[in-house]
Design a protein around this ligand. Structure first.
Ligand SMILES: C[S@@+](CC[C@H](N)C(=O)[O-])C[C@H]1O[C@@H](n2cnc3c(N)ncnc32)[C@H](O)[C@@H]1O
Length: 290
């Protein structure tokens, strides 16, 4: 049995066993202990025989127990890295995913290749932790960004992230999608909820701890994607861009929605797993429509 008088080495060995059913057992155990001790993981390799104090040890056991039940590591440490930014996260927001970095990458490419007469304006619908707006603001301090979410708790966290990352070029409003939003924008980006409420994965692993309102949309997961495609062109300038993240099997339907709603130059892009994940389209000019 390990106690607070045990060495870091023994505590970690116990923790690896406790998390053995997780793919990331070693990493998770080390990250949790590093979080509790406020040290980098490298500390454990340099000082494996150090002991931890009783309070820290019992806090570690609590986190370890939760992690063993698939509670997300990011909620336990309160941190998640996205686009090389350290974001604060809690249960009120979706944990930012690496796939969403593809959306940021495509947005940045379009912002750098298009000419804008004035300061570009970008709207992020369903901003959550503020992951997308913060990444864009970090790369492009010269643009204006507006982050929208219907969750006040999520918005409070997004504001906190923008503040601690010293990103003054973002504003936030609490509303449902476009309600009360004043356009026009040069670009709208969104990673809306897109999971079917019947999807069995919702009851598995870490997903069951994330806010359901951030995950699930009606109409088999297409409801919010559809609403955004139907309304976005009213809030975009002519030749403005809409970029949407979606489920890996929703690419074709999102392309059709964009086509039906007056977008051109439509293209989908795959994430690192090879799944269609981001689709973008441009508001056609009047002459394009003729
Ligand atoms: C999939 S999460 C995306 C969070 C963040 N943008 C990211 O990529 O990590 C979807 C977000 O949309 C928000 N949301 C859901 N319905 C909404 C609505 N009707 N209006 C505005 N935001 C909404 C949720 O609160 C959640 O924060």
């Amino acid at each position: 049995m390990t106690t607070s008088r045990s060495s870091i080495r023994l505590i970690l060995q116990m923790a690896y066993k406790k998390l053995a059913h997780l793919d990331s057992a070693r990493l998770d155990a080390e990250l949790l202990l590093a979080h509790i001790l406020s040290v980098p993981r490298s500390h454990f390799y340099t000082w494996p025989d150090e002991t931890v104090d009783a309070k820290q040890y019992s806090r570690f056991l609590v986190l370890l127990e939760k992690r063993s039940m698939h509670y997300p590591l990011a909620y336990l440490t309160g941190k998640r890295e996205f686009w090389s930014l350290e974001l604060t996260v809690n249960e009120s927001v979706l944990i930012p995913r690496p796939e969403t970095e593809l959306l940021v990458e495509k947005a940045l490419q379009l912002l750098s290749t298009n000419c804008f007469c004035e300061k570009p304006r970008v709207l992020d619908l369903g901003t959550g932790s503020g992951a997308i707006v913060c990444a864009l603001a970090k790369e492009r301090p010269d643009i204006f960004l507006l982050g929208v979410d219907k969750s006040e708790a999520a918005l409070a966290l997004a504001k906190q992230n923008a503040h601690s990352l010293a990103l003054p070029n973002i504003e936030f409003i609490c509303t449902s999608w476009f309600q009360g939003v004043r356009g026009p924008f040069d670009m709208i980006v969104s990673n809306p909820p897109y999971i079917d409420s019947e999807d069995k994965h919702l009851g598995e692993g870490g997903l069951r701890y994330e806010p359901i309102a951030a995950l699930v949309a009606d109409n088999a997961g297409m409801g919010d994607l559809c609403h955004i495609c139907q309304n976005a062109s009213h809030y975009l300038k002519v030749e403005g861009w809409l970029l949407l993240e979606h489920g890996w099997q929703q690419g074709a339907r999102v392309r059709s929605l964009m086509r039906e709603n007056g977008f051109g130059s439509i293209a989908s892009y795959c994430d690192l797993a090879g799944h269609e994940r981001v689709t973008l389209g441009q508001v056609l000019s009047v002459s394009d429509n003729e």
